[in-house]
Design a protein around this ligand. Structure first.
Ligand SMILES: Nc1nc2c(c(=O)[nH]1)N(C=O)[C@@H](CNc1ccc(C(=O)N[C@@H](CCC(=O)O)C(=O)O)cc1)CN2
Ligand SMILES: Nc1nc2c(ncn2[C@@H]2O[C@H](COP(=O)(O)OP(=O)(O)OP(=O)(O)O)[C@@H](O)[C@H]2O)c(=O)[nH]1
Ligand SMILES: [Mg+2]
Length: 433
């Protein structure tokens, strides 16, 4: 019998309402004990809540959700409190005295998964929806939470189970004269399933970026105007600007939203043979950031010839070349946008270019479902086993490979679940969800 758990579901601190939810077989008894009697299911009722000694703790709106009508799939209740932290604590103490325990992060959703109310990918969608900072992220999370990936996976798993059954029939009735079409149809089924999963992986290549956001780095020579550009793009003085070359040493980060995606814009130390150890470390970090970033702005000052370090960077990886200080000079550079942080010239074009790049890297169509390394790894696994099955020399080996592919899909949806997979997924949750 599971414990009965409770948690503050609203953010802690002072707020207009504090919502405590409880779930588990004892929820109804606890609610009745505190509120006097059990209210009608799913209808809001106003009740005085009392502790064991009969002292009134708050006058609350209470809700009672018998198992099948709750989020978790087990008996649940909600207490919508007037009171702030002290009242929340008092109610918590009373609940503990009555036999409940505080919930772990994500434990309500974990129970929803265990009770078959949603699969593991939908639960991940719930986390993502809570964490979403932009519209594109929220759209993707909502589709995942709504079972978008679960439905796909269940369809694949069904087909896979059918292929496995036919493959087993082939093994079992090896001596009998099974039509060659059966073997062929299994082969075709494997090929089409593999193609579908492969296409999905490719089509959703941007899904992880939508979830995590984009990294944009600004690199270039000292004094090129990198920090000025950062400040102009984010509309505040995030980084120190000065006429002295070598002003920026640490990476300075500022957030912005590009085409509905959250992005971190990083200003870096100017690239040069550094004057001292500290600057050298700054340059090393700048180059490293330049390697890792999704998008790099390579800044070339318009009033000086291009410097070798920035040219080398442009050779090494795709960058957006930006000629800065266009108000004082604009040396030509192929494909470059000309901008002035001083006059604002070219900033709109630069922003548009960044948004176009963001959309290219992470199509925010809302159609992506594969949004975590966990999803990608499981589907790659399934795909590898399907390919193994396609090339298997013996019927038994083919059946084994199909079983492994099925297991990989099961791990994705949480059907084949080691506790540790669940632990890892739910560790990301906040308490009360
Ligand atoms: N106050 C409150 N707001 C909330 C939640 C909650 O638990 N409490 N939710 C959660 O955190 C979300 C809503 N989630 C829910 C999802 C499914 C069911 C549910 O099991 N519904 C039943 C049928 C309910 C009925 O009979 O009307 C079902 O789908 O079978 C309930 C809530 C968002 N807002
Ligand atoms: N005229 C003009 N001057 C600019 C422009 N952008 C930056 N500057 C000037 O160029 C100098 C260097 O600017 P920063 O933004 O600090 O340059 P940086 O690339 O960050 O330099 P480091 O941090 O030293 O690598 C400052 O004196 C700025 O005022 C611009 O668009 N037009
Ligand atoms: Mg700087």
């Amino acid at each position: 019998m599971p414990d009965t758990i409770f948690a503050l579901a609203t953010a802690p601190g002072r707020a207009a309402i504090a919502l405590i939810r409880l779930s588990g077989p004892g929820a109804g008894g606890l609610l009745a004990a505190m509120a006097g009697t059990l209210p009608q299911p799913r209808l809001a009722s106003l009740r005085r809540l009392r502790d064991l000694r009969g002292e009134v703790l708050d006058k609350a709106l209470v809700l009672w959700f018998p198992g099948p009508s709750s989020y978790t799939g087990e008996d649940s209740a909600e207490l919508h409190l007037h009171g702030g932290p002290a009242v929340v604590e008092g109610v918590g103490d009373a609940l503990v005295a009555l036999g409940a325990r505080p919930a772990e992060p994500g434990e309500f959703t974990r129970r929803a998964v265990l009770n078959g109310r949603m699969d593991l990918t939908a639960a991940e969608g719930v986390i993502d929806l809570i964490e979403a900072e932009t519209a594109a992220q929220a759209r993707q999370a909502l589709r995942l939470a709504g079972g978008g990936l679960a439905v796909l996976c269940h369809g694949w798993a069904d087909r896979l189970a059918g292929l496995l059954a036919r493959q087993e029939a082939l093994i079992e009735f090896e001596d009998e004269d099974l039509p060659g079409t059966l073997e062929r149809s299994v082969g075709e089924g494997i090929a089409s399933l593999a193609a579908e999963i492969g296409n999905r992986l490719e089509a959703d290549a941007g899904g992880e970026r939508i979830r995590t956001g984009l990294d944009v780095a600004i690199l270039g020579a000292p004094n090129a105007g990198k920090s000025s550009l950062l400040n102009a793009l984010v509309g505040r003085e995030a980084a120190i600007v000065s006429a002295r070359a070598g002003t920026t040493r640490d990476i300075v980060e500022a957030r912005l939203v590009l085409a509905g995606l959250p992005a971190v814009l990083a200003d870096t130390a100017g690239l040069r043979e550094a004057a001292d150890e500290i600057e050298a470390e700054g340059v090393r970090r700048a180059l490293h950031r330049g390697e890792e970033a999704d998008i790099v702005l390579a800044v070339l000052p318009g009033d000086a010839p291009p410097d070798p370090a920035t040219l080398a960077l442009l050779e090494r990886r795709p960058c957006i070349p930006v000629v800065s200080k266009s108000d004082v000079g604009s040396l030509p550079f192929p494909g470059a946008l000309r901008v002035s942080a001083r006059t604002g010239q070219g900033l709109e074009e630069l922003r548009a270019r960044l948004e176009a790049e963001a959309m290219r890297l992470a199509p925010a169509s809302g159609a992506t479902l594969i949004s975590r390394p966990r999803h990608r790894a499981a589907l790659r696994d399934a795909l590898a086993w399907l390919r193994e099955a396609a090339g298997a020399a013996l019927p038994e080996l083919r059946a084994d490979a199909l079983r492994e592919a099925l297991r990989a899909l099961g791990r994705l949806t949480g059907k084949v679940g080691a506790e540790e997979i669940l632990d890892r997924v739910f560790a990301e949750f906040c308490i009360g969800k």
